[in-house]
Design a protein around this ligand. Structure first.
Ligand code: SF4
Length: 179
């Protein structure tokens, strides 16, 4: 993945807390090198409404919890060469899966009807429907590289990105752990 053309990098935020994106921003001096070699084409850090074509690498944070997450994951997969699940929520479904033992209808009623101080109603307008379970990204689409951690260590993210930019296979042993 070396050469003059900038690598097209996307990031996505599914059902996560943004902590994985914070870790991405915490790679310190690598950010300077990335500016030279990478074009950030999609994600919460840039203002691009549609997922672009021919993305080289995508880092995806969060579990797949809603129809919207599912569609975005499928779009990303169809337009991306190397798809990376970033963090425990994407890798195992982690925190979002804590709701999996509760039926969706019961969960929503507890939160928005029984738990409401005023105007009890389950929001539907512009809110993608929840899937029955929050699931790992790899249950929905093929994932090429997993970076576990909650959040994943900035050093692990930096290693993966620099390895890919240098055309090498990332070796994450010793750099990552769950939790
Ligand atoms: S893995 Fe941890 S830091 Fe990342 S989105 Fe999930 S809870 Fe947040």
């Amino acid at each position: 993945m070396s050469g003059q053309t900038k690598v097209k990098l996307a990031t996505a935020w599914l059902d996560g807390c943004s902590g994985c994106h914070m870790s991405l921003l915490d790679v310190d001096e690598l950010l300077v090198a990335l500016v030279e070699r990478v074009e950030l084409v999609y994600g919460p850090l840039v203002d691009t409404p549609e997922y672009p074509e021919a993305v080289d690498v995508a880092l995806v944070e969060g579990a797949v919890s809603s129809i919207g997450d599912q569609k975005l994951a499928q779009t990303i997969r169809s337009k991306t060469r190397i798809l990376i699940s970033l963090g425990d929520c994407a890798v195992t479904s982690n925190v979002p899966s804590m709701r999996n033992t509760i039926p969706v209808k019961k969960l929503l009623e507890r939160l928005y009807i029984e738990g409401a101080d005023a105007a009890p109603a389950i929001p539907t307008d512009g809110v993608p429907a929840l899937l029955r379970h929050a699931v790992p990204l790899a249950e929905v689409v093929k994932v090429d590289i997993h970076i576990p951690g909650c959040p994943p260590a900035p050093g692990a993210i930096a290693h993966v990105l620099t390895s890919l930019l240098d055309g090498k296979k990332p070796e994450l042993a010793g750099l990552v752990k769950f939790g």
